[in-house]
Design a protein around this ligand. Structure first.
Ligand SMILES: [Mg+2]
Length: 448
């Protein structure tokens, strides 16, 4: 028996604002950060979960993780995973903590970190990667992982069970494909950050094209002229008729009519979709944008800041999106993601997870594999950003334009101890980068 004995959090921040990695129309200077939940046990195993932020405020998430994780201290792993849906409900049921959500915002980011740490621990104890645990589950057990409260008007447990049973037929073959690293094609955003100059962008596009990528995403939303220039350069490199696909991402900067007008002026570059055109909460706004852009052949995508399964339910029910961009840790971890995978399957919308952040490709490779192998049975694509992977014990790897399916036990986000010490905030004097002279421009600079 494995019992959780104590819980630790770590506030880890990488100074990516220095070279504008991650920059977009809304987030000019992010420091890719991870709020860690580490579950220690009475065995050699420990569970690592994290949620992603972009710097300031990461300490607030760590504090919320401490409060939430207290609910699993002293519990056995077996008791937590025996009825996962019930455990998830238990974790959102501290009424006083619930008040500062409910099921959204900081407390929900913290939940993602805690829930994913339990999955990581479970996977390590079973000696399997997380995707494989789910792939090996009978449909009944998959359905039991989900708290169906608030979504039964879109999907019932019985319906979910039928859907999963139907996909069982081809599952063994798809597991084989996963084992041959052919389950998750990748797309890249690495070239497309807004703060990168034209030459850097062009070089990175050529570089990623050479590595076998077929999908490329660029940030847009500061000025039409600039975006037209950037998209022309991108199309010069990737062409229009070579099977390469372009996507654009506005990171919520527009109101609904602005989004429509702006995108009309970028239509000639033939993007597959516009991502986050407006507020992530605006279900009907996304629907209006989708309807206006459909005649131009441009789809609408969102999800990275979609706060929970309820908003996803509405986006899907209303026909507001063409692409569903789940995030591994903005929602309440694996279990809530599974609920959204099922709803997306029911409404026929492809899953293209959000992966632009530290640790996110490590997580989402499992989720996309689960979607392909167990739920949708259809190949999709998954974002990949080539930053900061060296800090992880088991980094995600791209080969020939596909994610290499993870085989190591766990959920792949355990960071090397040296990296944690070096980038801990505020960290120890003489150890942490944040205590060095180099950090001063960020710590004392203008806050944007
Ligand atoms: Mg995005």
């Amino acid at each position: 028996m494995v019992t959780i004995t104590h819980v630790a959090t770590r506030d880890i921040r990488f100074p990516t604002s220095l070279d504008r990695t991650g920059s977009d129309a809304m987030n000019a200077a992010g420091d890719y950060s991870a709020a860690y939940c580490i579950l220690h046990t009475d065995t050699e195993h420990s569970g690592h979960g994290m949620t992603f932020t972009i710097g300031r405020g990461n300490e607030i998430v760590c504090q919320a993780i401490r409060l939430l994780a207290d609910r699993v201290k002293g519990k056995s792993l077996d008791s937590l995973v025996a009825d996962w849906g019930k455990t998830w409900r238990y974790l959102v049921s501290d009424s006083q903590l619930r008040w500062i959500g409910p099921e959204k915002g900081v407390i929900h980011l913290a939940l993602g970190s805690v829930v994913n740490a339990i999955w990581d621990l479970w996977a390590k104890v079973l000696g399997k990667p997380v995707w494989r645990i789910v792939a090996d589950m009978p449909p009944e057990e998959f359905v039991k992982c989900i708290d169906f409260r608030y979504i039964t008007d879109a999907i019932t447990p019985e319906e979910a069970l039928q859907m999963l049973k139907k996909e069982e037929a081809g599952k063994a073959k798809r597991i084989e494909e996963a084992e041959q690293d052919r389950a998750v094609p990748a797309y890249t955003t690495s070239a497309g950050w807004l703060g990168y100059g034209q030459e850097k962008m062009k070089g990175l596009l050529q570089d990623t094209l050479g590595k076998g990528y077929k999908h490329f995403k660029l940030k847009v939303g500061t000025s039409v002229e600039e975006d037209r220039t950037r998209l022309s350069i991108a199309r010069e490199v990737i062409g229009y008729d070579r099977g390469n696909i372009l996507m654009v991402d506005a990171n919520q900067v527009w109101s609904v009519p602005e989004a429509i007008e702006y995108m009309k002026q970028l239509a000639e570059f033939k993007p597959w979709f516009i991502e986050e055109p407006t507020s992530p909460d605006d279900v009907f706004g996304h629907k209006a944008i989708r309807e206006a852009l459909r005649p131009l052949g441009i789809g609408v995508a969102t999800g990275e800041m979609c706060q929970n399964r309820v908003i996803f339910k509405q986006l899907l029910q209303q026909g507001a999106i063409d692409v569903c961009q789940i995030d591994a840790c903005r929602m309440g971890g694996v279990n809530e993601v599974l609920a959204v995978l099922l709803m997306a399957k029911k409404f026929g919308v492809p899953i293209v997870p959000h992966s632009g952040g530290v640790g996110l490709p490590e997580y989402t490779q499992h989720l996309s594999t689960i979607d392909y192998v167990v739920v949708s049975g259809k190949l999709s694509v998954l974002e990949y950003v080539d930053h900061l992977h060296e800090h992880f014990f088991h980094p995600s790897i791209i080969k020939d334009g596909y994610y290499t399916t993870p085989t190591e036990a766990g959920y792949s986000v355990e960071m090397k101890p040296d990296s944690m010490d070096k980038f801990e905030y505020p960290g120890k004097e003489g150890v942490s980068w944040w205590r060095s002279e180099e950090a001063r421009p960020i710590l004392e600079g203008e806050r944007i």
